[in-house]
Design a protein around this ligand. Structure first.
Ligand code: PLP
Length: 384
């Protein structure tokens, strides 16, 4: 299998599994227990907190463990609003992940106002527009660090500075950034930052939220007094240990990203040169080194994905596939592309376990797949 869908999820690193195993076997206690067999685990949890804090250049007490990136994001938005009850406006962008967009839609139903900032055809944000959209009743600006579909980066440090000058809080969804590019909360100057373990070789179901020291916090998940009363629920000990180890590996392995970037570039230029009628979505902006989103004129993404799958290659489209029809990606539509271009776009996302052979195999297969689908284009469309 050639796995080119690392923005969807990543393989568990063997080192992470190794770190987790004792906590799935002999050390299975509950950290909240009074006796040593459970309580002893708090030290391991605190060590993992230190590892995650180091990845973000944060202080350990600024890290809250959660169950997923979605929970981290929901928690940040929820907390920012309930701790500032007089402020009923949120600024975000039209290209955020559904973890933000769906929570904002829920907020709108509760009577909050949400501004969804547009992006340019290259995927960039207009910071003047962002600044103008901040109002006296704005509680929070929430922008992603890197787009999961195109890899386009937003200038989070500049956005956080605008927020600071206006006295407004700033959250960034850094789920796609962690483990790929440097993340330094002090340089970024954000109040909140969300990451998710399964995007950087930790298991699924564990994540973290950075909350800057001094920022008021109202828990989203309420229950026991875990996480110093900031997130109820018995800790997912083994996965948190895995998250810590993955953070440590990510910090040490950021240099691998130039190799990953070279693989992405080789695939992208190979495709552009060997397949006519192709365009890179978001290719003109600063991007994640691992992501390539390519439109193939006149071909439906669903057909491409199917034939890639048959050739042992996993890639994805940004679209949700429901009842046999592809919803065009909201990210590509927000960039001003037609529904047809959005429906013909494929995301390839690389990771540290990819190699040259993966790129070569994909470059061998892809031109023939596109040619075949174009030859049968009317049929392929009927089948959508
Ligand atoms: N934000 C971005 C940009 C993502 O890509 C994802 C996952 O795809 C999420 C948030 C949600 O993370 P999780 O799957 O851990 O809930």
């Amino acid at each position: 299998m050639v796995y080119l869908d690392n923005n969807a999820t990543t393989r568990l690193a063997p080192e992470v599994l190794e770190a987790m195993l004792p906590y799935l076997t002999e050390r299975w206690g509950n950290p909240s227990s009074a006796y040593l067999f459970g309580h002893d685990l708090t030290q391991a949890l605190e060590a993992a907190r230190e590892q995650v804090a180091a990845l973000l250049n944060a202080e350990p007490r600024e890290i809250i463990f959660t169950s997923c990136g979605t929970e981290s994001i929901n928690s940040a938005l929820h907390s920012a609003l309930v701790t500032q009850p007089a402020k009923r406006h949120v600024v975000t962008t039209a290209v955020e992940h559904s973890a933000t967009l769906k929570f904002c839609a829920f907020l709108q139903k509760q009577g909050y106002e949400v501004t969804h900032l547009a992006v340019s055809p290259t995927g960039a944000l207009d910071l003047t527009l962002l600044e103008k959209s901040i109002r006296p009743d704005t509680a929070l600006v929430s922008v992603m660090s890197a787009n999961n579909e195109t890899g386009v980066l937003f200038p989070v440090a500049a956005i956080a500075e605008i927020c600071r000058n206006k006295g407004v809080m700033c959250h960034t969804d850094a789920v796609q950034m962690a483990g790929k590019l440097k993340l330094d909360v002090k340089e970024l100057g954000v109040d909140w930052l969300s990451i998710s373990g399964h995007k950087f070789h930790a298991p699924k179901g564990v994540a973290a939220l950075y909350v800057k020291r001094g920022v008021k916090f109202q828990p989203f998940v309420m229950g026991g007094g875990q996480e110093r009363g900031r997130r109820g629920g018995t800790e997912n000990v083994a996965s948190i240990i895995g998250l810590g180890r993955a953070a440590e590996l990510a910090l040490a392995g950021c240099s691998q990203q130039s190799r990953v970037g070279a693989l992405r570039d080789k695939l992208e230029s190979g495709v552009i040169h060997s397949v006519p009628g192709t365009q890179v979505n978001g290719g003109l902006e600063p991007r994640l080194p691992n992501t390539s989103n390519i439109a193939f004129d006149g071909v439906e993404a669903e057909g491409i994905l199917l034939l890639l799958d048959q050739a042992g290659i996993c890639a994805s489209s940004g679209s949700a596939c429901t009842t046999g029809s592809l919803d065009p990606s909201h990210v590509l539509l927000a960039m001003g592309f037609s529904a047809a271009r959005a429906r013909s776009s494929i995301r390839f996302s690389f990771g540290i376990y990819n190699n040259d052979a993966d790129v070569d195999h994909t470059l061998q297969q892809l031109p023939g797949i596109i040619e075949k689908l174009r030859a049968h284009a009317p049929l392929a469309r009927v089948n959508m």
